[in-house]
Write a protein that binds this ligand. Sequence first.
Ligand code: UDP
Ligand code: MG
Length: 203
Amino acid sequence: MAALLSVVIPAFNEEENILNTAKTVLAIADRESIPCELIFVSDGSTDHTFQRIEEAAGQDSRIRGIEFSRNFGKEAAMLAGLATGTGSCFVVMDCDLQHPPETIVKMYRLWQQGYEIVEGVKNSRGEESGLYRKMTDLFYGTLSKLTGFDMRNTSDFKLIDRTVAQVLLSMPERKTFFRALTFWTGFKSCSVSYNVAERTAGT
Ligand code: UDP
Ligand code: MG
């Protein structure tokens, strides 16, 4: 039997996406015979996100939910998911299917081959404007120079081994930057590229 994958999905006002995202990811896991659990973290949503999560959880026991008392931000939501998941490895992905769920399969297969971190690297950036692109290039260019890690086109979409999750959770930092900290831990890593999709619903 293959090892359990925990998929952590931060969700802020994603009522329109929960059921579809859950169904889509689980269908792929079923097809690939990947045992998995989905952990939705409602980050202080003000719409019916958590009700949708409970509805989904009622339909499939592989789905679980966490509800924050207020909006703490995506970083906190991701860490809460990592602290809750019971898998041997974790994938963190957005709730709007902008991170193509088929890529999870590639990440999981690479993890099975021994990689402890599989970074999702963006091929395209959807509908972003020229100015936004210039600003992010400047930001990630500077960050890459300072850290010595190539941070360009990185994202929060990645797989990490349970060991890496434990290291991240043991760090005293409270203002975290997940996409950079995984590089910093130094575990054996590789990357897969993916195309950023359009948001399925919501804003
Ligand atoms: N998100 C969150 N807390 C927030 C803002 C966003 O958990 O305060 C979640 C959101 O529901 C989504 C992911 O983080 O699953 C990325 O957010 P969004 O799609 O708004 O960002 P973008 O696509 O612009 O990176
Ligand atoms: Mg998005």
